[in-house]
Write a new protein. Structure first.
Length: 105
């Protein structure tokens, strides 16, 4: 998977096209990711006094397909594809194809 939690990504298509946000979580089986401030949906939530949850209409992020997300380099802040070494050629560190800096923290 080219996207991991805490990566900054750019949305390539859909109603949130052009927005940037940080990845909150990734579902590897479904190949979907939840991105902060992207694909907002309204959820009607019932009040639960035992848990201290107030009822009403809540806006929250819904998962987005990872195929419409592109990584943003932390150094040059440009959207780019990540480069990885071939199998058996050292650690699998993702690097920016534009400026060749590491994208892993």
């Amino acid at each position: 998977m080219h996207v991991r939690a805490k990566d900054v990504v750019l949305v390539l298509s859909g109603k949130s096209r052009g927005r940037r946000g940080q990845v909150l979580s990734v579902d590897l089986e479904k190949k979907r990711a939840v991105v902060e401030g992207v694909n907002l949906v309204k959820k009607h939530q019932r009040a639960n006094p035992q848990k201290g949850v107030q009822g009403g209409i809540v806006e929250r992020e819904a998962p987005v397909a990872v195929s419409v997300l592109m990584l943003v380099c932390p150094k040059c802040s440009e959207p780019t594809r990540a480069r990885r070494p071939a199998k058996g050629k050292g650690p699998g560190v993702r690097t920016c194809r534009r400026c060749s800096t590491s994208m892993d923290k």
